[in-house]
Design a protein around this ligand. Structure first.
Ligand SMILES: NC(=O)c1ccc[n+]([C@@H]2O[C@H](COP(=O)([O-])OP(=O)(O)OC[C@H]3O[C@@H](n4cnc5c(N)ncnc54)[C@H](O)[C@@H]3O)[C@@H](O)[C@H]2O)c1
Length: 503
């Protein structure tokens, strides 16, 4: 098998088919385009003509490159015109029966050693392959939208796919300038699987009343470094797309609570509050960008002395320096003086657990997240007993420089600790299930989801033992097996190994 791939067929010239055609024709492949809708393949070429013209105008590519790429795009009026293709990728609607029918039809058209591939996001590659007489020639070749910018492609062999086909697709991905990653045929493959942690944990925080959408988005964007907050992302993707995807993965993993969808998303789907496309999602898009809203300045107020609780996890000397830099006074007593703000820095525990365990006066306790605190953003958390005057004083103190600060209600693991721990844990579990190599998981998630770091590298940079401790506390305090640490993470944390370590 594995003939050289020079001519590519694309069936389905919608959003994905056109994107695939763009990168493949630019990479030098001849591309035959076919769509069931009359005129759609020709329209696709016209759309690409405009895209190439824009790229030339913006000096992203040279005129000659654009002309060559365009000349390699050939619309087909009959599916039989794909007969000389070395590889055909289907990017038609996401329907098992339709894809099976198409693959069966294609097998009667292409050469015996031609490769067939599906761009499915949510169907099993092996299930589609049931339609093939020669399933060894068929694999998943999963692109991300927008294809030219999302430079990663998952290659997913089905149960019967030959090694030559897998290798050919991986090298084609590289030829198109994308990172090819190898994934087992499992629900969500790598990226859509790993991506469940971010959104579902953010929804969980709202369900628990920890903070509102905007506060969670701000903390994760400014404090944790995500490009976009989860609720901004839901609104961009549309809940009609992301919620069913979460439900499907939850069901395909037989109800594993790690993937549990939220009634909050379901309610919005029912109410047609899908996001940007309906003008209303978690945010209202009626009057300009909701993110542009400036935060209200805090009124000046007297700040009480700050007594800092002992921490087994963080360098409190750095916290003392920060408080002093912000103009705060330190209460240096062995115990806090009456009237001092009590500042604690938990890892995984909520503020109440710390106050209760150390017999602190909960009315004066405010917790600060030192794990994900950055010079850009700080998260503060109260107990249910915290006097609002102390909460306001803490917020004022920690908003005293260029960094922002957000006050949340009591939560195991604040917001960012929880979300990052879940991202790392899910990626660890994908490694544990041997769905992909640690390096492929790390690259796929970083590129495909635009996270600031690969999730396993992120876990390494925060410390596997730190992430383990976080998850153990989340698991213990919530009683929710959603937070059970992956064996991959636990073993590497206990042995002092990197999360990228195979074995
Ligand atoms: N849109 C995304 O973000 C995304 C990302 C990754 C994968 N995918 C997957 O890619 C595939 C295509 O998605 P899309 O968003 O491009 O869809 P789309 O609706 O934009 O395009 C689908 C195209 O397929 C054509 N079509 C439908 N049935 C056909 C058939 N039997 N034969 C030939 N053409 C047919 C339609 O006319 C349409 O032009 C789906 O399997 C989807 O799950 C989509």
């Amino acid at each position: 098998m594995a003939r050289a791939i020079a001519t590519l067929g694309i069936v389905g010239t919608g959003v994905m088919g056109v994107g695939i055609a763009q990168i493949a024709s630019t990479a030098g492949l001849k591309v035959r385009l076919f769509d069931a809708r009359d005129g759609a393949a020709t329209d696709a070429k016209e759309r690409l003509r405009a895209t190439f013209a824009t790229l030339v105008a913006k000096q992203k590519i040279e005129q000659g490159v654009a002309d060559d790429a365009l000349s390699r795009l050939v619309p087909a009026t009959d599916i039989a015109d794909l007969a000389d293709c070395d590889l055909v990728i289907e990017a038609i609607l996401e329907d098992l029966a339709a894809k099976r029918q198409l693959i069966a039809d294609l097998e009667n058209i292409v050469a015996p050693d031609a490769v067939l591939a599906t761009n499915t996001s949510s169907l099993s590659v092996t299930a589609i392959a049931r339609a093939c007489r020669k399933p060894e020639r068929f694999a998943g070749f999963h692109f991300f939208n927008p294809v030219p910018l999302m430079r990663v492609i998952e290659v997913i062999p089905g149960f019967h796919t030959s090694a030559e086909v897998t290798t050919a697709l991986l090298s084609l991905a590289e030829r198109c300038g994308h990172r090819g990653v190898l994934a087992k045929d499992t629900p969500g493959f790598i990226i859509n699987h790993a991506g469940r942690a971010f959104g579902t944990e953010a929804l969980r925080l709202v369900e628990e009343g920890v903070a509102d959408f905007a506060a969670i988005d701000r903390i994760l964007r400014e404090g944790a470094g995500f490009r976009m907050g989860p609720f901004e992302l839901f609104d961009l993707t549309g809940l009609d797309v992301s919620h069913p995807a979460t439900e499907a993965i939850f069901e395909q993993f037989y109800g594993d609570p790690r993937y549990r969808p939220s009634y909050l998303a379901q309610q919005r789907v029912v109410a047609s509050q899908l996001g940007r496309k309906t003008g209303q999602g978690f945010y209202n898009y009626g009057q300009g960008s909701p993110m542009a809203k400036a935060r209200d300045a805090l009124p000046p107020m007297p700040i009480p002395p700050v007594w800092i609780g002992r921490s087994a996890h963080f360098d409190t000397a750095a916290l003392i320096r920060l408080v002093k830099t912000l103009g705060g006074r330190i209460d240096e007593g062995a115990a806090s003086s009456e009237g001092s703000l009590i500042l604690v820095a938990p890892l995984g525990d909520d503020a109440t657990t710390v106050a209760y365990g150390a017999r602190l006066d909960a009315r004066r306790v405010v917790a600060i997240d030192l794990l994900t605190a950055s010079d850009r953003h700080r998260t503060l958390m109260t107990t249910p007993a915290t006097d609002p005057a102390f909460a306001a004083a803490a917020l004022t103190l920690f908003s005293g420089d260029a960094a922002g600060a957000t006050l949340i209600r009591d939560s195991m693991g604040f917001v960012a600790q929880r979300v990052v721990a879940m991202v790392v844990n899910l990626a660890s579990d994908i490694a544990q299930q041997r769905i992909a190599s640690p390096a492929d998981i790390d690259d796929a998630v970083r590129i495909g989801l635009g996270y600031p770091m690969g999730p396993l590298s992120w876990g390494d940079s925060l410390g596997p033992a730190t992430i383990l401790r976080l998850l153990e506390r989340l698991n213990a305090l919530s009683g929710d097996p959603r937070y059970r640490p992956s064996a991959w993470l636990r073993r590497r944390a206990q042995l002092g190994l990197s999360l990228l370590a195979e074995g």
